[in-house]
Ligand binder design. Structure first.
Ligand code: NAD
Length: 477
């Protein structure tokens, strides 16, 4: 494929290809064709990367903040220049529509620009003491970071893994998903071309559990950052705990959407249906459980179903396609088993409910209604194009249901009542809540969840601080 590149590892600034290494096939989810062979790092490669990361940390932490800022800004402008090409790679390997893929790459540039600015905002503080004494709180980079990212945002997840560490002055080894390797690799290449030392930002691929055990087993790595499932997040947290490495865990969610009877229903339907089917629902902050007050249940449900039916599903490269295939065979298979379970327990399928065709990992945009609380899909993240719309009595049972699960990443609410809005902001257990709005992420705002949705933050000033340690300096005369 002309728009899919040759793949490599990036270790110490060197591109290392397939020669002498095992490989893994990369599959186009729209066609199921093999589009590339990905080289897998050997143990020797990983040891080499660790050695470089230790050297890269020494060099990058001493690079003056304004120079680090200038390099990261240059990297961002290179990402913008290459956004169309990287977007095409991303659609090829992951499936999302080309406009969404290109938008994701441009968002990486925006995030990096924010992080670049943070290089100069890493302030410490001086405490009040009597004359002749001084106590200073300094912030210093934590050390080499290992980042593991998921396939749902092949470019953005990688940027989230490297942006904070690099702004803080850390070196980083990132392992993008083996299923979607090219976009993240291309993002890192922009940074190297802009002047980030090859020792300070490296890319490896391999058998995920082998790579993470190897990197976390090294005392060189001081922090681990992961995006993916709660199960793997818990596993990596345990490995990190053995050496007291810091963690940032960006895990799953089960986004509740509370729709009150005084809300602008047309707007709520329009915004939330677009949000639900973005990236075929494979988004950690995807809205999933729509909890709709009884007196607006019918219009909300009808409007939502109409929009789901009208969505054009197809190859992400085709014009007007709004939803591509799911990223891998696991996607439609997992959704199907949850739909079968929900139907057996009494849920109604208002639209969709089936796979599409027999080539590519396509699934129909689906709306389930009146789904009982014991259905699997009410308890486990569907991570696919399925909306659950259930009628609710009022504020108390809506908030109780929103808080029922141990997840707490993104929540959404639609109401024009200022008192309800204030109570929701206080009472919904989530890392982020959008009220009368569709998005919970912004480059300058912290992104992350509570409980099983993870710990630690990316983006915003917090995304950089999470890669730093404080040192308190007590001085006498
Ligand atoms: P997963 O957690 O198994 O894999 C996610 C990513 O983590 C993959 O790219 C994989 O390469 C990597 N990974 C897996 N095991 C690893 C290990 N031991 N060490 C290092 N990296 C490892 O998830 P999945 O099977 O791809 O998807 C299953 C569920 O995970 C989804 O249904 C969803 O709930 C969740 N998920 C969440 C996000 C998110 O954005 N938070 C992203 C992807 C998947």
């Amino acid at each position: 494929m002309s728009d899919y590149p040759e793949l490599n590892l990036l270790i110490g600034g060197e591109k290392l290809g397939r020669s002498g290494r095992g490989t893994m096939d990369v599959i186009n989810p729209a066609t199921e064709e093999v589009i590339a062979a990905l080289p897998m790092a050997s143990k020797e490669d990983l040891d080499k990367a660790l050695g470089h990361a230790a050297c890269g940390f020494k060099e990058w932490r001493r690079t003056p903040a304004d120079k680090r800022e200038a390099i990261l800004r240059k990297g961002a402008s290179m990402i913008r220049e290459r956004a169309k090409d990287i977007g095409a790679m991303l659609t090829r390997e992951q499936g999302k529509p080309l406009s969404e893929a290109t938008g994701e790459v441009v968002y990486c540039a925006m995030l990096l620009e924010f992080y670049a600015g943070e290089c100069k905002r890493l302030y410490g503080r001086t405490l009040v003491r009597p004359a002749g004494e001084r106590v200073e709180v300094r912030y210093e980079p934590i050390g080499p970071v290992a980042g593991f990212s998921a396939w749902n945002f092949p470019a953005l997840n990688v940027m989230r893994k490297i942006g904070g560490p690099l702004a803080a002055g850390c070196s980083v080894i990132v392992k993008p998903s083996e299923e979607t390797p090219a976009a993240g690799l291309a993002i890192v290449q922009c940074l190297l071309d802009a002047g980030v030392p090859g020792d300070a930002c490296q890319v490896v691929f391999g058998v995920p559990d082998d790579v993470s055990r190897h990197l976390l087993g090294s005392s060189i790595i001081r922090k681990v950052t992961f995006t993916g499932s709660t199960a793997v997040g818990k596993h990596l947290s345990k490995l990190a705990a053995e050496d007291l490495k810091r963690t940032t865990m960006e895990l799953g969610g089960h986004g509740p959407v509370l729709v009150f009877s005084d809300a602008d229903i047309d707007k709520a339907v329009k915004v939330m249906a677009a949000n639900k089917y973005r990236n075929a629902g494979q988004v950690c902050v995807s809205p999933t459980r729509f909890l709709v007050q009884e007196d607006v249940f019918e219009p909300f449900r009808e409007g939502f179903v109409e929009r789901a039916k009208a969505l054009k599903v197809g190859n992400g490269f085709d014009d007007d396609v709004k939803m591509g295939p799911m990223a891998s065979e696991r996607g439609p298979e997992g959704i199907q088993s949850k739909i079968v379970d929900a139907k057996a327990k009494g849920a109604k399928v208002l639209t969709g409910g089936e796979r599409i065709g027999n080539q590519g990992f396509y699934h129909q945009p689906t709306v389930l209604s009146e789904v009982p609380i014991d259905a699997e899909i009410m308890n486990e993240e569907p991570f696919g194009p399925v909306a659950i719309i259930n009628p609710m009595k009022g504020y108390d049972d809506m908030v109780e249901e929103a808080n029922r699960l141990p997840y707490g990443l993104a929540a959404y609410a639609w109401t024009n009542d200022p008192k309800i809005r204030m109570k929701l902001a206080e009472e919904v257990e989530a890392g982020m809540i959008a009220i009368n709005a569709g998005s919970v992420s912004a480059a300058d705002a912290p992104f992350g969840g509570v409980q099983w949705s993870g710990d630690g933050l990316e983006d915003g000033a917090e995304g950089v601080l999470s890669c730093m340690v404080s040192k308190t300096v007590h001085e006498g005369s």
